[in-house]
Design a protein around this ligand. Sequence first.
Ligand SMILES: Nc1nc2c(ncn2[C@@H]2O[C@H](COP(=O)(O)OP(=O)(O)OP(=O)(O)O)[C@@H](O)[C@H]2O)c(=O)[nH]1
Ligand SMILES: [Mg+2]
Length: 1153
Amino acid sequence: MVHTSLDKIIALQRKTSHIRNLCILAHVDHGKTTLADCLVASNGIISSRLAGKLRYLDSREDEQIRGITMKSSAISLHYATGEEEYLINLIDSPGHVDFSSEVSTAVRLCDGAIVVVDAVEGVCPQTQVVLRQAWLENIRPVLVINKIDRLIIELKLTSQEAYTHLQKILEQVNAVTGALFTSKVLEERAEKAAEEEGSSVNSDGEQVYDWSAGLEETDDSHLYFSPDQGNVVFASAIDGWGFSIHQFAQIYSQKMGIRSDVLLKTLWGDFYLNAKAKKIMKGAQSKGKKPLFVQLVLDNIWSLYENVVTRRDKEKVEKMVTSLGVKVTARDLRHSDPKVLLSAICSQWLPVSRAVLSMVCEKLPSPLDISAERVEKLMSVGSRRFDSLPDQTQQLKNAFLKCGNDNSAPVIVFVSKMFSVDSKALPQNKQRPLTQEEISQRRELARQRHAQRQAANQDPENTANQDVENTETANTGAATQTAGVNSSLNSTDTLCAQAEALSVKSTGPEEEDWKEHFVAFARVYSGIVKKGQKAFVLGPKYDPALALKSLPEGCSVTEDFPSVPHMACCTLDNLYLLMGRELEELEEVPSGNVLGIGGMEDFILKSATISTSPACPPFTPLNFEATPIVRVAVEPKHPSEMPKLVRGMKLLNQADPCVEVLIQETGEHVLVTAGEVHLQRCLDDLRERFAKIEISASDPIIPFRETVIRPPKVDMVNEELGKQQKVAVIHQVKEEQAKNPEGMQVDPSGLVTLTTPNKMATVSVRAIPLPEEVTRLLEANAELIRTMEQFSLCAREGKTLDINQKTLELIQDLKDKLESHLQGHKWRNAVNRIWSFGPKRCGPNVLLNSVEGYQRPSVWQCLQCEREKEKGRGTTLRDFDNSIVSGFQLATLAGPMCEEPLMGVCFSVEKWEMTLPTQLLHQVSVEEDSVSQRSSTETSDRKDGDFAEKTDEELQGGSETDMPSSSSGSTQSKRKTDAVGGLMDCYGPFSGQLIAAMKEACRNAFQAKPQRLMAAMYTCEIMATAEVLGRVYAVLSKREGRVLNEEMKEGTDIFIIKAVLPVAESFGFAHEIRKRTSGLASPQLVFSHWEVISSDPFWVPTTEEEYLHFGEKADSVNQALKYVNSVRKRKGLYVEEKIVEHAEKQRTLSKNK
Ligand SMILES: Nc1nc2c(ncn2[C@@H]2O[C@H](COP(=O)(O)OP(=O)(O)OP(=O)(O)O)[C@@H](O)[C@H]2O)c(=O)[nH]1
Ligand SMILES: [Mg+2]
């Protein structure tokens, strides 16, 4: 196969209608990279013998070693069919869950996708995820069912069984697509009109009719995969063959004289060939006949495998080879590995590249076919609606749709990720072969040098004189000599310099070797990008409406313009064609193509939009499916190398779409990654690439949550708790009360009352566990709660914040749901009494206002049509409201067990009394009258955002200094601050005392209830054959995993096990499973939820049965306590540990009796 030249690709880049941008998506190990190899080989980039073995697009060393892809990489291919020539921009993506963010970056740049499914494993979890991702980005998929050879060789299915099996796989894939489609249609319908509902839900029958009628309105036929639609290819990438039924229809229409369109419709499905009548009939199954697909397609392949691989029947093979009309070399025929012969035959008979590429060109859209719906989705960030964008921005939609290639079209480019390349890999630094001219130039130089040297040796004077003539620098005798020698030296120097220049040019500047270069992975959506062009770089938070206001009309990139937030101006220095491991330099790239842009590292962190028009909005952010959860602290082996590590982490952050790097309060440098494999890759990258130093990483930092639960009804030995337990509890409480700090009382029901040190305020707080659904709701809606909080903050400052209608509806919905879950006497009117959420004002814990007679603005005030007047304005309590909230925020940020955040706890403030000295109170009220509405925002309100993040000490220290400055804006508020905040005594400012008291009260109320630790859980799906099933279970149970269900894949002996596993126990899990099952099973771990660990970390036996069962010491392993202690140890907190208790002297009895 000939190598496609760069010029050809450049020419094809201009034919937008003949470009296909697509990515290969699948579950891990379903054969994406192997398939990509076959396609790459069809362009002569790699040899077709190596296709499938080389895995060309896995260019990293660790990808080759581990055998999995870790990043998405692109390559441009040329495909010719008949008259038409196409340019295929192919992106291979990883299938491992840890790298699913790389899939998102790939999907964004494409118009279509090849979804690969393993014929044995069928639809797997990641297959569903990638189908969903393709769906969310509105790109069209086609299907490749790969590894059909496994059905023949491993599962030993007959062709008929294989047909049924393939049908099932198609059904599974279509079920996933169908679910996505119906959910979308139903969502749209629900949005449309509520009144329709009333009329359509009359009877059950009608409902069904209506529902499907809604679906029928939208054409969905192109969504489903079906071989007769031409969007399915059956393949074995490793053996190099693949076909769609179009190919067989063509073959048989010639052979049998049946029209190919008839064959196309009947080759897949319940049809059979009636040989007598020479007709194709329906009802193969009911009549027990072989379906056409089996008879005409599968049987051929099955017999080929049988003759070549299983029986190795030479005669038959030769016959088949001649009948298929393919050429096989004698060497292949004699080869000891039958697969070589098989590949040689198949790659000529049914080359997989032809089947896949012709399907892609036919069925996937070109960049010109981009739909208006997709454009609107790309252009509308967040909850903004497309029609709320400025007019100029809306007009850009046409540019997208036109995908124009002329110079007048605005340039719009989206960068989905930044990837780093070695400076050596850049085309400008690459060692290129010398041209003929350069070689002769070098030869000439060398010859001159040689001649000069010889001449100089023989007769220095002579040469000198000659040189003088040459250079014409001297005229007289004595001076001639010296000058002559000099100039002779000079001329040799210049020669050397010239020679050096030539050699430097070809090897590249060495001093730049260490430098990391970033290339932006991008696509042009409109216009032509030219090398050296200037453009705006728009960050994800850029707002065109704001910018258009501040920029002069029709301003262009070349002019000076006022600085606009999230916008920068840059020059596009280098444009590259992405060719897998190589980059090729380009002068310009027309719209519709995927490209690499060099020199953008100072402008773009991870993703950005580049445009020549300031009206262009930033594209919607990428949908990331994985949540980064695994954290480790890293440090350099040699402390002096810290700056290198910091720089390296910065580079790593830029080069990976998903990783997070942060510096914790403790000063640790922390990496947050999506999973173990991802973590390993990040560490390797840091060591070898970005920091180039030795680093050590801590054990993974596992996050926990702390919570309280309802008192358990049974004890640890499952006996119902009787009175005896109660006595013990009261006894315990009394004991603990003795330990309580001064001024605190705890009553038996768990109500904690605490007074500030200056005795001026008293708060009573009770901790109540929130129902599980409520916690989940709060967690899922953190973003909404943050919006509500912002609204309240603005309201307090007297400003208004406009929230769009959709968000308001969502907030109302959240409120309704909370109300429905918080039912019963205990929660009466609780939702309206919510005071705050925490930690960070949006977490899954609630502060409840149960103070009698205290009215304050509700957290739901954004829902009220008319803005509520500030309730309780002017009361002393209201002035200190914020201190209570801050105390609550601090208490929920770090719990008493091991300083981890709380979750699912409601703190109900039941009493709050203040007894301020009368003279101060008077002062406050007098000030109050003269203070304007605005200035009543209370002292510490302004900086409450920081409160949540600050630690206790910082806060107390900080409040002294911050307080006066925070209200120095107006003299009125200053006076008021003096009155309220100035309640200073020997215990410090009063608001600070109140914060501390509230925090302590919450912590103690928490401790008065049965406390539990919550662990982060992974769901994991493992596929294993029956013989290794037992070992998989053993590993799971050793690591505290819990099996949710287990089912057998139909038609195979593979079991699918679904289980949950604590993140804390997951490290090394995948490795252990693989080791124990000899690589036959490999799990995929995805973060799913938080779960309460049922054992009490502070449990001691209290009932008689427990004493009997566990003994007095009860020193069996307490998992929860183990976790608590490990976290405390890591944080440097006090850990109560008994190393040896009641040690007994050991004696060897046999000797000295
Ligand atoms: N029997 C058989 N094995 C195949 C076929 N295609 C790929 N494989 C094997 O499947 C394994 C995984 O192939 P890859 O191409 O690396 O899979 P992938 O989908 O790129 O994997 P990730 O990128 O890690 O998600 C390799 O060992 C291949 O040799 C096939 O058609 N038949
Ligand atoms: Mg791969």
